[in-house]
Design a binder for this molecule. Structure first.
Ligand code: PCA
Length: 327
């Protein structure tokens, strides 16, 4: 070998050796909802932002629709480090602490301004609860307001008695029980099958999930109740986070703040669009009758009282801080 070829070979070998130091970190990110859902779209942009800000060094691959871990498994998978980062519906953690489901109490915070105020006052407690499990909160984004999907227009709340109902957390289960409905837990991706096989006949969810599950195929009436705005949270395994170089940690946090602001805007701006989409596909869009509105608001009051009992002093402090913020 000539000297120059030899030094070229040496240089190549050396650069191969130095590669691992600059190697990228590849993170798999399990999420529960489908690719067309705005939350997932926002996460895909978040991953793009992180990739760009780190010059490709932190590369997050989004595994949507429960394809890597099912929704019920995602939090533990991230806690145990099986996946470094993930997303869930926050109120799914209500069995751990009622603070996680404050955003699922009907009519406590039913506008974007109120939902923002509730998030501002509950965020520190949520951060702390997650930190105790080795998780670092990145951001939270609400779904549009939750409304009723039925097969016929209901004006008298008595007509809900005995109707089978698709629930997605303990709060929706509790609400169904108060209204005399029969709840069954069904993941968002399984909604069409649950209706098609007759397991459920009604649900309460956002216009976003109504559209992504093509609710017009199995329900005909959308009652615009707009009762609460439950949030998805994105969090990272704290050890995995701390293992990143500091500039990447900062880039991740910055992309998270951007994703939070963008997600709230996406949520608000798609509410009307998705209700129109339900209507365009043949659903009847109505406002609740006075009787139905009264029954739902009474259910909300019962649920607020029961939640305050469960959530103790910490819950009371959050609700007080919230109420003085929105006054
Ligand atoms: N969509 C999710 C949670 C709340 C919402 O609007 C679902 O129905 O499962």
């Amino acid at each position: 070998m000539s000297l120059s070829i030899r030094s070229l070979a040496l240089a190549t070998a050396l650069s191969a050796l130095t590669l691992p130091a600059a190697a990228q970190t590849a993170w798999d990110m399990p999420t529960p909802y489908g690719d067309t859902v705005f939350h997932t779209q926002n996460i895909i942009r978040f991953a793009d932002d992180v990739r760009e800000a780190t010059g490709g060094q932190l590369d997050i691959t989004v595994h949507s629709a429960g394809s890597l871990f099912g929704h019920p498994e995602i939090k533990d998978a991230v806690r145990r480090g099986l996946a470094p980062i993930g997303e869930i519906l926050m109120s799914r953690l209500a069995n751990e602490n009622p603070i996680f489901e404050a955003d699922s109490i009907p009519f406590l915070a039913d506008s974007y301004a109120d939902a923002q105020a509730l998030w501002d006052v509950s965020r520190p407690a949520i951060e702390e609860l997650l930190a105790e499990q080795g998780l670092t909160l990145l951001y939270a984004v609400p779904w549009p307001g939750q409304s009723l999907y039925l097969n016929e227009e209901v004006t008298d709340p008595a007509a809900l008695q005995g109707v089978t109902f698709r629930a997605y957390n303990t709060a929706t289960e509790q609400l169904a029980n108060i209204l005399g409905m029969v709840p069954t837990q069904v993941e968002a991706g399984d909604i069409p099958t649950a209706f098609a096989t007759g397991r459920v006949a009604a649900m309460m969810t956002s216009p976003s999930t109504g559209v992504s599950s093509q609710a017009w195929d199995f329900t005909s009436v959308y009652i615009d109740v707009n009762a609460w705005l439950p949030k998805n949270v994105v969090f990272v395994n704290t050890e995995a986070f701390e293992a990143l170089p500091e500039d990447q940690q900062a880039a991740l946090m910055e992309a998270a703040a951007t994703a939070e602001a963008r997600g709230w805007e996406m949520s608000a701006s798609e509410t009307e669009v998705q209700i129109a989409e339900l209507e365009n596909n043949g659903m009847t869009v109505v406002t609740p009758s006075e009787e139905l509105a009264a029954a739902l608001s009474a259910a909300g009051e019962t649920m607020t009282a029961e939640w305050l009992e469960r959530a103790g002093d910490e819950g009371a402090a959050i609700v007080e801080a919230y109420q003085s913020a929105v006054q």
